[in-house]
Write a protein that binds this ligand. Structure first.
Ligand SMILES: Nc1nc2c(ncn2[C@@H]2O[C@H](COP(=O)(O)OP(=O)(O)OP(=O)(O)O)[C@@H](O)[C@H]2O)c(=O)[nH]1
Ligand SMILES: [Mg+2]
Length: 431
C-alpha cells in the first residue's frame, strides 16, 4: 500500500500547489490519477469510469465558501471512497457465527485468532471450531492461537460431535476455521456445504490475500456462486502494493469487505471503513479539516433549509468559530458568507461580542434557546445578571439573532451565490 499511498499523496500535494484549475490542469490531474491507479493494478474499466466521473464533475463550480482546490480534492476523495466500497458497515456485536473459507495460505487460521481476539476484547463470549484436518498441524496451529488469547477451541474432526460440544458452551460468537485448497473444486465445495448446513453460520467470509489484486474479482465471484459468501476479509494488507486493487476488485464482484488483516499478530485486524481507508491513503491529517468543513456546511445547509436555526445552533456556531480561531474562517463555512469582505477591525469587534453572546446563551434555559420569542424583559434581566452582561447586550443578541434567522431563511442554499445582502450582515457583525 505504501506505493499507492505515496503516489496519491504526491498527487494531492501537486493539486494543493496549483493556483488555477483550467481544463488543461484538470486533465493532467485526471491522467496522473489514472496512471497511479493502473500502476497499483486497479481494473482498467474501473479506472476509466472513475476518471470520467472526476473529469465531468471537476468542471462544475463549487458552492460558495468552497474553493476549487477544496472541491477537486473532495471530489477525488469521494470517487475513491466509492470504488473502495462506499459506506462503512457497523461492527455486528449481536451473537453470530462466522465461517472462514478460502484458498491455501490466504490467512484463515490467523484470521480466526484475530477475530476471536476482536470480539473477546469487546466483551463477547467467543469459541473457535477447527475444521481443517487436511494437515496434521492445522488444528494445532489454531489451538496455539486460541490458547494464547484464552479462547476455548472445539475440534471439528467429527462435525456432529462438535455441534454437541458447542451446545454445551455459552458462546455468542462462534468462529469456524476450514481447510484451504489450491482452487475451488468439488471437494472443497462439498466440505464447506457440510459445515454450512450443520452450523448454519450467519456470516461466511471469503479470506483473500491482498496480493491477489484484480484476480480477487474472479475468485470472489466464484465463491459467491458456489458457497454464497456474505463478505470478504482481505488479509496481508501490510505486505503488498496491490491492496487497493484487491479491495476495488471485491467491490466490483459485489462482495462486501468486512475486515482487513494488517499483520501477523492477533491484534492486526481492522474493521473495514472505506472513508477511513481513503483518508489514510491520501494523508489523513491534511484531509480531516477539509472533510469537517464539508460536513459542517452540509449540516448548516440542512438546518437552514429546514428553518431550524435557533439559539442552540447559534451557540454551536460561535463555539465552532472559537475552535477555528477566527471569525473569518467561521464565516467562510456558513453558506453565503464565504465571499463576504469584512474590514479587519470589524472582525475583532465581532469576536469579542461573540464571546459575550455565548455567555448570554449559556445563561438561558433550554426553552429560551429553542424559542427565543419568549424572551421578555423579566427573562432578559435574569439572563443579563446570570451572564454578567448588560440588558442592552442581551437585547442586542436577540435582535441580531432574529435578523440572522430572517436572512438565512431568505437564502436558498442552492442559490447562495446570488445572495446580495452582505452589507447588512457585515453591519450586524461589526456591531
Ligand atoms: N503480513 C501478514 N501476514 C499474514 C497475515 N495474515 C496471515 N499472514 C501469514 O500468512 C501465512 C498463512 O496464514 P494462515 O493463517 O496459516 O493461512 P490459512 O489460510 O489458514 O492457510 P491454510 O490453512 O494452509 O489454507 C502465515 O505465515 C501468516 O502468519 C497478514 O494480515 N499480514
Ligand atoms: Mg489454516
Amino acid at each position: 500500500m505504501v506505493d499507492l499511498s505515496e503516489k496519491l499523496r504526491n498527487l494531492m500535494g501537486k493539486i494543493s500547489s496549483l493556483v488555477s484549475f483550467s481544463d488543461k490542469e484538470i486533465d493532467e490531474i485526471v491522467k496522473d490519477l489514472q496512471r497511479t491507479l493502473l500502476q497499483a493494478d486497479v481494473d482498467v474499466d474501473l479506472v476509466f469510469e472513475l476518471s470520467g466521473n472526476i473529469r465531468k464533475k471537476a468542471k462544475k463550480d463549487p458552492e460558495a465558501g468552497i474553493s476549487k482546490k477544496e472541491y477537486i480534492t473532495k471530489l477525488i476523495y469521494n470517487e475513491l471512497v466509492e470504488i473502495l466500497g462506499g459506506e462503512e458497515e457497523a461492527v455486528n456485536l449481536e451473537p453470530h457465527s462466522i465461517l472462514l473459507l478460502g484458498l491455501f495460505g490466504s490467512g484463515k487460521t490467523s484470521l480466526a485468532g484475530k477475530l476471536a481476539n476482536f470480539y473477546k476484547s469487546r466483551g463477547m463470549e467467543v469459541v473457535v471450531i477447527g475444521c481443517d484436518f487436511s494437515r496434521p498441524a492445522a488444528f494445532e496451529q489454531l489451538k496455539q492461537v486460541a490458547d494464547s488469547i484464552k479462547v476455548p477451541i472445539i475440534s471439528g474432526e467429527n462435525l456432529k460431535n462438535a455441534k454437541k460440544e458447542l451446545e454445551k458452551q455459552k458462546a455468542n460468537i462462534i468462529i469456524i476455521d476450514s481447510a484451504g485448497r489450491d482452487a475451488l473444486d468439488k471437494d472443497m465445495t462439498k466440505e464447506l456445504k457440510e459445515i454450512d448446513s450443520l452450523f448454519a453460520p450467519e456470516e461466511k467470509y471469503l479470506v483473500i490475500p491482498a496480493e491477489l489484486g484484480q484476480d480477487a474479482r474472479r475468485q470472489a465471484e466464484e465463491f459467491k456462486k458456489s458457497i454464497n459468501i456474505t463478505g470478504v476479509v482481505v488479509t496481508k494488507m501490510d505486505s503488498t502494493a496491490k491492496g487497493g486493487a484487491t479491495l476495488t476488485a471485491c467491490k466490483t464482484a459485489g462482495a462486501k469487505i468486512r475486515f482487513l488483516g494488517v499483520g501477523e499478530k492477533v491484534t492486526d485486524l481492522e474493521n473495514y471503513d472505506p472513508t477511513r481507508f481513503v483518508s489514510r491513503l491520501l494523508g489523513f491529517g491534511d484531509l480531516q479539516g477539509l472533510l469537517d468543513k464539508f460536513k459542517m456546511k452540509e449540516e448548516e445547509a440542512k438546518k437552514i433549509a429546514e428553518g431550524e436555526l435557533d439559539l442552540n445552533t447559534f451557540h454551536q456556531q460561535i463555539t465552532e468559530m472559537q475552535k477555528q480561531g477566527s471569525m473569518k474562517k467561521m464565516l467562510d463555512m456558513i453558506p453565503g458568507f464565504g465571499s463576504m469582505k469584512l474590514p479587519e477591525g470589524a472582525i475583532d469587534v465581532g469576536e469579542e461580542k461573540m464571546k459575550k453572546w455565548k455567555y448570554v446563551i449559556d445563561s438561558m434555559t433550554k426553552e429560551e434557546r429553542e424559542q427565543p420569542e419568549i424572551l421578555k424583559s423579566s427573562r432578559v434581566e435574569r439572563i443579563a445578571k446570570g451572564s454578567g452582561t448588560k440588558v442592552q447586550e442581551v437585547n442586542e443578541l436577540i435582535s441580531n439573532f432574529k435578523k440572522m434567522k430572517k436572512m438565512m431563511k431568505k437564502m436558498n442554499p442552492n442559490k447562495m451565490k446570488k445572495f446580495r445582502g452582505m452589507g447588512d450582515i457585515a453591519r450586524m457583525f461589526g456591531g
